[in-house]
Design a binder for this molecule. Structure first.
Ligand SMILES: Cc1cc2nc3c(=O)[nH]c(=O)nc-3n(C[C@H](O)[C@H](O)[C@H](O)COP(=O)(O)O)c2cc1C
Length: 213
């Protein structure tokens, strides 16, 4: 059996400096994201999304980043899911990109807003037929008594929308995470890791600080 205490990697193949990072963290994210894509790590756009429920209990799940720019980071989901209800109550969130193979992680904090219906529609229309049907089939996060019920619902929806024209469900769409802070973490030798922390000021500019690892 593996001794977890002995599982240890020595990091430190690259370095990250507050003087050389891009002044705009979204552009710095672009540099790192493109690198992650180039390195062919599995699902580089998978991010762990944290929300908090009404009792203060945090929850997490993986979602896929589908767009990003200076306005924020966009993912798509069911607005009536557990995360959707939690975000309606408390729009503050945190996402983490776990690019472990690259000895990197990026953490974004901020608040969500819904993307426009036209933006959701555009993305929804680009999804394969089965994925569009899937959005109609699943009342995400509700209890289902069996898998066969979902499969039957899938067949029902397949039949209903057999002409291939699947409308955007009113309960499905995108959220944009408008960032307040973005941290870039890079593994360093002897646990002297680099942490470059951007914080958005009230005038919209970004301050850059180094955090202790
Ligand atoms: C790799 C991966 C990607 C996923 N992408 C999404 C996604 O983009 N949107 C989504 O709603 N769920 C996605 N899921 C499923 C979620 O992790 C989660 O099970 C679902 O959204 C329900 O979460 P909730 O009950 O907390 O709302 C993904 C799961 C994995 C493992």
């Amino acid at each position: 059996m593996a001794d977890l205490g002995d599982l240890r990697e020595e990091y430190g193949h690259d370095s990250l400096s507050e003087d050389s990072v891009h002044p705009n963290p979204v552009e710095q994210f672009r540099i790192w994201f493109d690198h992650a894509v180039d390195k062919k790590i599995p699902e580089p756009n998978a991010m762990s999304l944290a929300t908090v429920d009404e009792t203060g209990q945090p929850w997490q799940r993986t979602v896929l980043l589908k767009a990003y720019d200076d306005k924020g980071f966009v993912f798509y989901t069911n607005y009536e899911s557990r995360k959707g209800k939690q975000l309606a109550h408390n729009p503050k969130t945190c996402v983490l990109f776990p690019w472990i193979q690259l000895e990197r992680q990026v953490i974004v904090t901020g608040s969500v807003e819904r993307v426009s219906t036209s933006e959701s529609l555009k993305y929804f229309a680009s999804r394969p037929f089965g994925s569009r049907l899937g959005a109609w089939v699943s009342q995400q996060s509700s209890v289902v008594s069996s898998r066969s019920i979902l499969l039957a619902k899938f067949e029902e929806m397949k039949n209903k929308f057999k002409d291939g024209d699947v409308p955007l469900p009113s309960f499905w769409g995108g959220y944009r995470i408008v960032p307040d802070t973005i941290e870039f973490w890079l593994g360093g030798k002897s646990r002297i890791h680099d942490r470059i922390f951007y914080r958005k000021a009230s005038d919209g500019s970004w301050t850059i600080e180094r955090l202790a690892p």
